[in-house]
Design a protein around this ligand. Structure first.
Ligand SMILES: NC(=O)c1ccc[n+]([C@@H]2O[C@H](COP(=O)([O-])OP(=O)(O)OC[C@H]3O[C@@H](n4cnc5c(N)ncnc54)[C@H](OP(=O)(O)O)[C@@H]3O)[C@@H](O)[C@H]2O)c1
Length: 264
C-alpha cells in the first residue's frame, strides 16, 4: 500500500518540503507520497485526527503550528520537549510522537556547509523566535563558549537568554538591537547566525551592517528563500557564509529517517 506523509502549516503553498521529500522518497524507491495540508490553528485537532485515520505515517509541522501541536501529541522526544517546539510527528499505531529536527539540521549545516567547529566559539545569534530557539539549543549542545542574543524586541531576547541558561547552562547574554552594541558583538563573534526573517522578502536589507564583519568570521543565514544580502556581502568580505537551504535539507533528511528508518 502507498505510504502517506505530509506537511501541515498555514499558509503552506510556499513550502519547499513537498518537492524535497517527493524527490527523496523517489530516490529511496519507496511507494509513498507526500502532500501539503493547509491547516489553520483552529482546525488542527480535527485535521490531525483525519490525517491519522487516513493512515498518514509522518508529518512535518511548520508555522504557526510548531507549539500548537504539542498538547495533541501522545509523547515527545527529549529534544523537542527541551526546545518546546515540534517540527516532525511520527505516527505509529495511531499514536503521535513529536520530534524537533531543526536543531540537528542546523548543527549539521554548520559542520558540513560552513566547516564550523562550534566548540569554544563565541556566537552572535540574531532573532529570538522559534528558529532562534532551536539554533540556540544546537549551539549550546555543540559546546559554544558564549551565545549573545540580539533581537528587535528586547524582552524576547531576554527571555531566550534566561531559557538557554536554565535549560542548557550555557554562558549567554542579551545584546541591544542598537548599532554600537551590535557592531561590538559582530566584531567579537566567531560565528554570526541570522535567525530573523530579514532577508525573506526580495527587497530586504541585511539585519546587521556587513561592513562590521571581520575576515574569516563564519556567517549562517537561516533564510533559505534566496541568497540574502548578508550572505553575499559576508562572502565579499572574506567570511565563510552560507544560507539556510542546507539546514532545510538536513532537518528534512532527519524527519525522513524518523519516519522510514532510511537515510536519503
Ligand atoms: N533553514 C531552515 O531549515 C529554517 C527552519 C526554520 C526557520 N527558518 C527561517 O528562520 C527565520 C525565522 O523563522 P521563525 O520561525 O523563528 O520566525 P518567528 O518565530 O516569527 O521569529 C521571527 C524573528 O524575526 C525577527 N524579525 C522580524 N522582522 C524583523 C525586522 N524587520 N527586523 C529585525 N528583526 C525582525 C523577529 O523579531 P521580533 O521578536 O522583534 O518580532 C523574530 O526574532 C525565517 O526566515 C524562517 O524561514 C529556516
Amino acid at each position: 500500500m502507498t505510504r502517506l506523509f505530509g506537511v501541515i502549516g498555514h499558509p503552506i503553498a510556499h513550502s519547499l518540503s513537498p518537492a524535497m521529500h517527493t524527490a527523496a522518497l523517489r530516490a529511496l524507491r519507496l511507494d509513498a507520497c507526500y502532500g501539503a495540508f493547509d491547516v489553520p490553528k483552529r482546525f488542527l485537532r480535527p485535521m490531525l485526527r483525519a490525517l491519522v485515520l487516513a493512515g498518514v505515517e509522518g508529518l512535518n509541522v511548520t508555522v504557526p503550528l510548531k507549539e500548537a501541536v504539542i498538547p495533541l501529541l501522545d509523547r515527545m522526544d527529549p529534544t523537542a520537549r527541551a526546545i518546546g517546539a515540534v517540527n516532525t510527528v511520527v505516527i505509529r499505531n495511531r499514536r503521535l510522537i513529536g520530534h524537533n529536527t531543526d536543531a540537528a539540521g542546523f548543527r549539521r549545516a554548520l559542520v558540513e556547509d560552513l566547516r564550523c567547529n562550534v566548540r569554544g566559539a563565541r556566537v552572535l545569534l540574531l532573532g529570538a523566535g522559534g528558529a532562534a530557539r532551536a539554533a540556540a539549543w544546537a549551539l549550546a549542545k555543540a559546546g559554544a563558549r558564549t551565545v549573545w542574543v540580539a533581537n528587535r524586541t528586547p524582552r524576547k531576547a531576554a527571555r531566550l537568554v534566561r531559557w538557554l541558561r536554565r535549560r542548557a547552562g550555557t554562558r549567554c547574554a542579551a545584546v541591544a538591537w542598537r548599532e554600537e552594541a551590535l557592531k561590538t558583538a559582530v566584531r567579537d563573534a566567531d560565528l554570526v547566525v541570522n535567525a530573523t526573517t530579514v532577508g525573506m522578502r526580495p527587497r530586504d536589507g541585511s539585519p546587521i551592517d556587513p561592513a562590521w564583519l571581520r575576515r574569516g568570521t563564519r556567517v549562517y543565514d537561516l533564510v533559505y528563500h534566496r541568497e540574502t544580502l548578508l550572505v553575499r556581502a559576508a562572502r565579499r568580505r572574506g567570511c565563510v557564509a552560507a544560507g539556510g537551504v542546507s539546514m532545510l535539507l538536513y532537518q528534512g533528511a532527519a524527519s525522513l529517517r524518523l519516519w522510514t528508518r532510511r537515510a536519503p
